[in-house]
Design a protein around this ligand. Structure first.
Ligand code: PMP
Length: 426
């Protein structure tokens, strides 16, 4: 495993001076200089798992890597070639801080599928939606401010909140998404405790890691609660178009264009390697988003934006998303069938789209403690504790079905079933 990535900042390995033997890291001479905001930084549990999980003999139900083999690779290669020949000096040059105008217009067509009507000026291109999360948090959160997030929450968002020294308060979700009454109660308690709540962070569709979707009926209720408490809602929606059964639900941004920052991404519906996402925000926030992004990265990559723009213009991107949905639906079915067969004592969510199911282990088993045994049995998952800011979640695990084939999924869950039975007998 890559030690540089798994050792938390501040944790030291024995000092051996400049003649350190390979693999032993000398004491970091800058330890006392780091800003306080680095103290909470640590490699995500998922990243720490990658090196092991990527060994071919391990069935990884851990990562959220999309399936890319279905992409028209030959055509994309030709487009890249043409792009450099025809638009090289634009593609390789600095560009606008807000992002390419044509791409911003094309993004409006994508968002219309979820009922959003916006102006190209409302859109800010980001380097993946991860950068959108970082920018919004940087703009709103001072150390000690509160971010309210679902229990569980996307691990990458928790990392951002931690790095800006936010206090995260979790609100439970159920099969219909975040629970309005629980949100109301949490916000009321925080207000009476004098806490400054800056953001409500939610993944309404095919939640990472829980697999559930916020019901249509709850969407306006959540927005009303956020509005009444004067808290900005961050709608993080990378999976919204990857539903298996029905048309996409209207985005929360389609119901409220003043109180929501919407984050979109090409990572799951096209390809994460381009690192292109976007944010849609009300005008005041949008202006600051552009300034914050310029100070972080000057401008998003022109080469990536042009490549995506030409993909959207020349290819049947909606047909491609439909094909992805078919692949993921088949894998979801393989996962659910295998769970019923090999882990009958566990319970799990039934995702209507996206990449993940959230499994509750039987017999009070601890998914984190079990993980080394699972990896030894050649199957990997992410323990539930990664998805909480406060150490909860040990009886849960996230299983992703996006990357392995249905056969591998089945074999992975079979191995997991054996590990769980052995644990239960201990
Ligand atoms: N939000 C959620 C809920 C995610 O699952 C991910 C990726 N796993 C991201 C944001 C970041 O995606 P990207 O930066 O690739 O757009």
């Amino acid at each position: 495993m890559d030690n540089d990535r798994t050792t938390p900042i501040g944790q030291v390995t024995p000092a051996t001076g400049s003649a350190a033997s390979p693999g032993v890291r000398p004491l970091d001479p800058w330890l006392s200089s780091y800003a306080a905001r680095t103290h909470g930084m640590r490699a995500s549990e998922i990243r720490a798992l990658f090196a092991v999980a990527n060994r071919p003999e391990v069935v990884s139900l851990a990562g959220g890597m999309p399936y890319l083999e279905g992409l028209p690779l030959q055509a994309l290669a030709e487009t890249a070639h043409e792009l450099v020949l025809r638009h090289g000096t634009t593609a390789l040059q600095y560009g606008s801080g807000q992002g390419d105008q044509t791409l911003r217009e094309q993004i409006l067509d994508i968002m219309r599928l979820e009922g959003i009507s916006a102006h190209p000026d409302d859109v800010v291109i980001t380097t993946g939606s991860q950068q959108g999360l970082d920018l919004v948090t940087r703009m709103f959160v001072d150390a000690g401010d509160v971010v309210v997030a679902e229990a569980p929450s996307y691990v990458g968002a928790l990392g951002v909140f931690r790095s800006y020294q936010a206090d995260v308060y979790h609100v439970p979700l159920d099969d219909a998404g975040i629970i309005p009454e629980a949100l109301e109660e949490t916000l009321t308690l925080l207000r009476s405790a004098g806490r400054r709540v800056k953001l409500i962070y939610t993944v309404p569709n095919f939640h990472n890691p829980a697999g559930v979707t916020l019901s249509l009926e709850r969407r306006p209720r959540i927005l009303e609660i956020a509005r009444r408490h004067g808290v900005l809602l961050v709608e993080d929606n990378p999976y919204g178009l990857l539903g298996f059964e029905s048309d996409p639900l209207p985005a929360m941004r389609s119901m409220d264009d003043e109180g929501v920052v919407y984050l979109g991404s090409f990572s799951k519906t096209f390809a994460p390697g381009y690192r292109v996402g976007w944010a849609v925000a009300p005008p005041g926030i949008r202006e600051k988003l552009v300034l914050a992004s310029e100070s972080a990265i000057l401008c998003p990559s022109n080469a990536s934006q042009l490549a995506i723009s030409s993909y959207l213009a020349k290819h049947d991107w909606q047909g491609q998303i439909k094909a992805f949905r078919e692949v993921y639906r088949e894998r979801r079915d393989a996962m659910l069938d295998a769970l019923a067969e090999y882990l009958p004592e566990a319970t799990w969510t039934v995702p209507g789209g996206g990449f993940y199911t959230w499994v509750k282990l039987p017999y009070g088993l601890d998914a984190r403690a079990m993980l080394p045994r699972a990896v030894h049995a050649l199957v990997a998952y992410v323990a539930g504790t990664a998805f909480y800011a406060d150490g909860q979640g040990s009886e849960y695990m996230r299983l992703s079905y996006c990357y392995p084939t249905p056969e591998r999924i089945r074999e992975g869950v079979r191995r997991l079933g054996t590990v769980v039975s052995e644990e239960a007998d201990l």
